[in-house]
Design a binder for this molecule. Structure first.
Ligand SMILES: *[C@@H]1O[C@H](CO)[C@@H](O)[C@H](O)[C@H]1NC(C)=O
Ligand SMILES: *[C@@H]1O[C@H](CO)[C@@H](O)[C@H](O)[C@H]1NC(C)=O
Ligand SMILES: *[C@@H]1O[C@H](CO)[C@@H](O)[C@H](O)[C@H]1NC(C)=O
Ligand SMILES: *[C@@H]1O[C@H](CO)[C@@H](O)[C@H](O)[C@H]1NC(C)=O
Ligand SMILES: *[C@@H]1O[C@H](CO)[C@@H](O)[C@H](O)[C@H]1NC(C)=O
Ligand SMILES: *[C@@H]1O[C@H](CO)[C@@H](O)[C@H](O)[C@H]1NC(C)=O
Ligand SMILES: *[C@@H]1O[C@H](CO)[C@@H](O)[C@H](O)[C@H]1NC(C)=O
Ligand SMILES: *[C@@H]1O[C@H](CO)[C@@H](O)[C@H](O)[C@H]1NC(C)=O
Ligand SMILES: *[C@@H]1O[C@H](CO)[C@@H](O)[C@H](O)[C@H]1NC(C)=O
Ligand SMILES: *[C@@H]1O[C@H](CO)[C@@H](O)[C@H](O)[C@H]1NC(C)=O
Length: 757
């Protein structure tokens, strides 16, 4: 027996000469791809011989070329005329959209038809996802090869892959998927590959759709030792299997009424594990005096513990629930009439399936979705990036690696190297869904935008190379913290935060001397300047004036509102104006007045104390500074910079909600008006140190560097332990080194604090 049915094309055409117009809803869930049909041609179309709707395969595969069988060949099905062949790449895959957990009958047909005029029949392997299914070998198969499998996809997408195994070029003619009822064709394990499906009739008619609503193909078979019996009446086929009624109209009985009914099948692969399905329906109306009873013997053993007596015009299906191997690859079915049966046994149809194990689990579905999105976002057109990214290991996508040693757990992507891949745009958020990633190399591309904070949340990451890109912005503090824990982070430029300095940033309790010792000359210089300022500063009016502040400029292709709003909503809370009123108890306790409005005390849920800066409505420049400040505070995270708890942006009402600094601003303490004791020398030094670290972070830790532009004692706030934090970033702006930002020449700041030049 052949392990696959060769299609009798001529017979098929004869059968379907008359087809009623089919209704599309009868084919719900069907996937019928006519491979190689140019998308420009009418698609979908109705196959004239079957009434099935076929569409072009071009939306389901990115590779391959289109061919057409030799026109001089005898007429065949329309869907068999064109084909797709794959001269490039080892593995080429169709990506089919299926329903997870649904039982599908999947049929793949390849008809060579000398499309390339080379007369070299292809031989290649077919894979379902990461698992080998079957070899297509068209040698001596002039009318093509059709393979079927009953398969339950483990996710909503199914990869069907053609794998080149020798020198010939894989090609494919059609791909068909038919959903089946989920309780049919059940196996203990694995999937069912169709070996034989025939019905016993002396005609040469092949039946499929629309005779079979599931589009199974039933071939005719008849032996000289049999006699056909038949009926013209329609049988009741509603036992789940929905065997076509035309199949149930004919049956075979042994010609010698006393002999056994005997069918022998020889397997191509003797070790195949076989499932057997038998369909019976009595076609003769038996008088009371007659009976037809028989037992089923499968490979010489009585099966199913049951004597069969088929009902008149009603289907009985008997099938194995456990697979068997046939000794020597020869399977034998015998139907033996019981002693008191007056009539010989009868059989209408038989199906044989072999178990195909698909042991290799697909890659973690989240990883697959993410890497496919990444592939699409960056337009990576790599021939090897098809099918499952990780498995089988020999087809691992290039520049990727996975932990795929154990086939019984889904592999995950652990390494992604897109170095020098011409990537453009920002670092894709989808990368965070590669949750098991250990090494990420995006170096030497044209990536723009921020270093995203999510990288810090990818717990297995050990190495990130982002160098040689056009990234801007700050390296998120959380990522710098990870670096401290051993993450290797490679970013461009002398201006990124050097790891030695970053370490000191969070370790506030280190004695000043030690910190100063390890710090760079830059920090020392800043400290000295600050100390001098704070010690010898003259008293100044508290209501400082602002000279021409500049709006902050953002990356070329994003508007400032977009960037801030999207990102703010991720981490910071957006308050409504009424919530702001609730927090501040209707603006009950003003704390002071800043450049753009009054600051009020408030608390959130009675626990977290906050300071709320309300932008006064009269402030004309205010909205730009407001945006600048939100934008900046959103990106910077540092112990010496006042952090933003939330903001309010309602028509006409702008408010910023900060953490509360209970000891107010430094100016207040330096003024001598404060009731409590004068600041101690060590506290002053610590405050200078803190402020310097905040500035150092803005200048060195951020990319592009930030200039505060309004450093003064009123903008240095003190918490309950007199730790200092910089506030009021409304005038700050980023400085792009040698980039598209022009150097600002407009003066901004507070008179008295400005460099006289
Ligand atoms: C594969 O098909 C799924 C489902 O239709 C789709 O979401 C996904 O984008 C496709 N992938 C590719 C690489 O075409
Ligand atoms: C077919 O048989 C089933 C039971 O097996 C029954 O429920 C159904 O009514 C029958 N249909 C017809 C048309 O007789
Ligand atoms: C019919 O089968 C029986 C039992 O197998 C056998 O004895 C008999 O010779 C057969 N008759 C013919 C005509 O072959
Ligand atoms: C029936 O099967 C037996 C093997 O079990 C074989 O010896 C015999 O020749 C077969 N008879 C027919 C009619 O095929
Ligand atoms: C045939 O005989 C068995 C007992 O040998 C009996 O159980 C069965 O009912 C009989 N069948 C018919 C149709 O009479
Ligand atoms: C890969 O690693 C992840 C997490 O470490 C684990 O859940 C998964 O089971 C691993 N897969 C294999 C095949 O080892
Ligand atoms: C990424 O690939 C490039 C060359 O393709 C190689 O030089 C580099 O070392 C790789 N990166 C990592 C992290 O392995
Ligand atoms: C990450 O995966 C989750 C769950 O699968 C999904 O909801 C989310 O949209 C994905 N995120 C991105 C950025 O693709
Ligand atoms: C990071 O990438 C750059 C540019 O491709 C390369 O020169 C450098 O060696 C890489 N660093 C590491 C540690 O892979
Ligand atoms: C970045 O893009 C420019 C032009 O768009 C191109 O010349 C350059 O080679 C690209 N750089 C990299 C590393 O891909």
């Amino acid at each position: 027996m052949e392990n696959s049915h060769e299609i009798l094309l001529v017979a098929l055409i004869a059968t379907f000469a008359v087809i009623h117009l089919s209704r599309a809803e009868d084919q719900e869930g069907f996937i019928s791809l006519d491979c190689g049909l140019p998308p420009s041609e009418a698609s979908p179309y109705i196959e004239p011989d079957t009434g099935l709707w076929y569409s072009s395969d071009s939306g389901f595969i990115q590779s391959g070329k289109i061919g057409k069988i030799d026109a001089s060949l005898p007429k065949t099905l329309k869907s068999y005329v064109t084909l797709r062949y794959f001269p490039d790449g080892i593995r080429n895959c169709y990506n089919l959209s299926v329903k997870q957990g649904t039982n599908y009958l999947m049929r793949v047909t390849a008809l060579y038809g000398n499309y390339d005029a080379l007369n070299i029949t292809p031989k290649y392997d077919l894979y379902v996802g990461p698992n080998y299914w079957v070899t297509i070998d068209l040698e001596n198969r002039i009318s093509g090869q059709s393979e079927e499998i009953i398969y339950i996809p483990r996710s909503n997408s199914l990869d069907l892959c053609l794998v080149k195994t020798g020198t010939t070029t894989p090609m494919i003619t059609s791909v068909e998927l038919r959903p089946l009822a989920n309780d049919l064709y059940i196996t203990e394990s694995g999937s069912l590959k169709s070996l034989k499906r025939y019905f016993l009739t002396s005609s040469d008619t092949i039946l499929s759709y629309p005779n079979d609503v599931n589009d199974r193909i039933w071939e005719p078979k008849f032996d000289p030792e049999w006699t056909q019996i038949s009926t013209t009446l329609e049988a009741n086929n509603s036992n789940g299997f929905l065997v076509p009624r035309n199949v149930l109209k004919t049956a075979a009985i042994p010609a010698n009424a006393t002999a056994r009914f005997n069918i022998t099948e020889e397997l191509d692969f003797p070790d195949d594990q076989i499932y057997l399905y038998l369909h019976f329906s009595e076609v003769q109306s038996l008088p009371i005096s007659e009976s037809r009873e028989f037992d089923i013997f499968w490979n010489g053993q009585r099966q199913f513990d049951k004597t069969i007596s088929p009902e008149y015009l009603k289907t009985t299906t008997i099938y194995s629930t456990t697979p068997v191997t046939c000794k020597g690859g020869v399977c034998n079915l015998e139907l033996i009439r019981t002693t008191n049966s007056t009539l010989p046994p009868l059989l209408n149809a038989i199906e044989l399936y072999a178990v195909v194990e698909f042991p290799q689990l697909e890659t973690n579905e989240n990883d697959v979705v993410a890497i496919r999105k990444i592939k699409a976002i960056y337009g990576l057109n790599r021939i090897a990036w098809q099918g499952d990214p990780c498995v089988p290991q020999k087809f691992l996508w290039d520049n990727l690696n996975c932990n795929s040693t154990d086939i019984s757990t889904p592999p995950s992507i652990t390494y992604l190297n897109l170095s020098s891949s011409g990537l453009e745009g920002t670092i894709a958020a989808e990368i965070q869904n590669l949750t098991h990633l250990e090494k990420l190399d995006l170096s030497n591309n044209n990536l723009t935008g921020d270093v995203p904070e999510f990288l810090a949340n990818m717990k297995y990451l050990m190495l990130i190379n982002l160098s040689k890109n056009n990234l801007i912005g700050f390296i998120p503090q959380a990522l710098l913290d990870r670096e401290k824990e051993g993450l290797q982070l490679f970013v461009d430029g002398e201006h990124r935060c050097l790891s030695g300095l970053c370490v000191t940033v969070t370790e506030k309790k280190i004695p000043v001397k030690t910190v100063a010792f390890v710090s760079s000359a830059t920090v020392m210089a800043i400290i000295v300047v600050l100390v001098l300022i704070f010690l010898f500063k003259k008293k100044k009016s508290s209501n400082s004036e602002v000279l021409q502040p500049l709006p902050i400029k953002l990356g070329a292709n994003v508007t400032s509102t977009n960037i801030s709003e999207i990102s703010i909503e991720v981490k910071k809370k957006k308050f409504t104006y009424s919530e702001v009123m609730e927090i501040t108890k209707n603006l009950a306790r003003p704390l002071g007045e800043g450049g753009f409005g009054v600051v009020y005390h408030g608390d959130i849920n009675g626990s977290q104390q906050v300071a709320v800066k309300l932008l006064s409505e009269s402030s004309t420049q205010g909205y730009k500074e407001f945006k600048a400040e939100v934008e900046l505070l959103m990106r910077v995270h540092h112990v010496n910079l006042v952090s933003l708890v939330g903001y309010c942006d309602e028509r006409g009402h702008l408010a910023l909600v900060y953490e509360y600094m209970s000891n107010g601003d430094l100016k207040h303490h330096l003024s001598g008006k404060h009731d409590s004791s004068v600041l101690k020398w060590s506290t002053r030094l610590q405050i200078a140190m803190d402020a310097a670290l905040g500035l150092e972070y803005l200048h060195i830790g951020c990319r592009p560097p930030m200039v505060h532009r309004d450093v003064k004692s009123t903008n240095i706030l003190l918490d309950e332990r007199f730790s200092a934090k910089l506030a009021d970033f409304g005038l700050s702006r980023s400085v792009q080194l040698g980039g598209e930002y022009h150097v600002p020449t407009v003066v901004a700041g507070t008179p008295g604090y400005l460099d006289p030049e």
